[in-house]
Design a protein around this ligand. Structure first.
Ligand code: ADP
Ligand code: MG
Length: 370
């Protein structure tokens, strides 16, 4: 069993005085054979987390379990983990083939099997024709593919991949991702995949953990994170085009709670159960998030409410259309199916479902939910 569990894990760098808290109270469970993605902006602690699991960076505080075994003090070799790092970490005096073979030879695997595995993995990653070159002569993308091959050629219990395709040519990336997933399935390994790129994250893992400022914010599927973000950071970090964020005053008109967007004539009506909470807590302000995909140019249900905006930007993206509209000083975006009837400068009535409004506490930025 190669489940991986981090319990209240911290990572500090530096002295007590100039201390950097790179990972803060991290609790994460990766089930046996699961692919989990850790997604977050640069500097949020992803690599530190990976290095602690690999055993090449000490855990400052907390516990790491691999399977049921407390593993803080195991050496990297004892953990049976394969790694691929963003900075490749290749041996430059060796050829591509020698780099890939290194760990297999150390494990004393039959040379014919080694040969076959290297051949298979090289074909998959498109490096079959450069096996005899020294790694110094390769492009960044090729070096990264070699680094990945070195990890994938092993049959580890756990794969740890840190931004493993960030330097690979864009047109090859998603095919390689598909192969990584396939290899993982074949070996039945557990995988932690780190990236700052949300498109990649969604392509790799069912389970995505979002980190920011050294802390894990939320773990969930793509849909859970997209539809039910637990705070403003998660809402803003995931989704393309980004979610529309609006600062609202809470007013009451004819006994109905209304969210009035600052410097704009936009008004939104929250669901009754949310209105009740806002009223009870005596909120004066709230932050509202509404995804561009959840604003529609055609009314499809009587329950939908409407807003208005003037079209400022229209961009056709194949079958879809990206609009920027303005109401007062506030601009918001809409992502919808192509509609030929629209014109720049024209006022447009748009529709939203009340249950798609995300409301966040103005100070804590946490979701307000019923
Ligand atoms: P990410 O991989 O998400 O970009 P890292 O884990 O590399 O984040 O870094 C998290 C924080 O820890 C950053 O502030 C970074 O500068 C700091 N950090 C990382 N490695 C070291 C180190 N060896 N010494 C000191 N600070 C470090
Ligand atoms: Mg990193």
């Amino acid at each position: 069993m190669a489940s991986v569990s981090l319990k209240n894990v911290y990572k500090y760098y530096g002295s007590k005085k100039g201390k950097v808290e790179a990972v803060k109270n991290l609790n994460l469970n990766i089930r046996d054979k699961e692919i989990m993605v850790l997604l977050g902006p640069s500097g949020c602690g992803k690599t530190s987390t990976l290095r602690m699991i690999a055993g090449i960076e000490e855990i400052s505080k907390g516990k790491l379990y691999i399977g049921d075994n407390l593993s803080n003090d195991l050496t990297p070799a004892q953990r049976n983990i394969a790694l691929a790092f963003e900075d490749y970490a290749l041996y430059f005096h060796l050829t591509v083939k020698e780099n890939i073979a290194l760990c297999l030879e150390a494990k004393k695997i039959n040379p014919n099997i080694v040969k076959k595995r290297i051949k298979d993995i090289s074909e998959i990653l498109g490096i079959g024709d450069i096996l005899d070159l020294k790694t110094t002569t390769l492009s960044g993308g090729q070096q990264q593919r070699v680094s990945l091959a070195r990890a994938l050629v092993r049959d580890p219990s756990i794969f740890l991949l840190d931004e493993p395709i960030s330097h690979i040519e864009i047109e090859k990336r998603y095919r390689i991702l598909a192969e990584i997933k396939e290899i993982n399935r074949e070996f039945g390994s557990t995988m932690l995949y780190v990236t700052h790129n949300q498109t990649e994250a969604v392509a790799v893992g069912k389970s995505i953990g979002i980190m920011n400022f050294a802390e894990l914010q939320q773990v969930g599927t793509r849909d859970e994170i997209f539809n039910n973000p637990i705070n403003l950071f998660v809402a803003g970090f995931v989704g393309q085009p980004p979610i529309n964020i609006m600062k609202c005053k809470i007013i009451s008109e004819k006994d109905i709670i209304i969210l009035k967007v600052e410097n704009s004539s936009l008004k939104f009506i929250p669901e009754a159960k949310i209105a009740k909470i806002l009223y009870k807590l005596n909120f004066k302000e709230v932050i509202l998030g509404l995804r561009p995909q959840n604003i529609h140019i055609r009314k499809i249900s009587d329950k939908q409410k409407s807003i208005k905006g003037i079209i400022e930007v229209m961009e056709f993206l194949g079958e879809d259309m990206y609009l920027v509209l303005r109401s007062g000083d506030y601009k918001f975006s809409v992502y919808c199916n192509v509609d030929m009837g629209l014109k720049k400068g024209k006022e447009l009535e748009l529709f939203y479902d009340q249950n798609k409004l995300h409301l966040f506490h103005p100070k804590t930025e946490k979701i307000i939910s019923a």
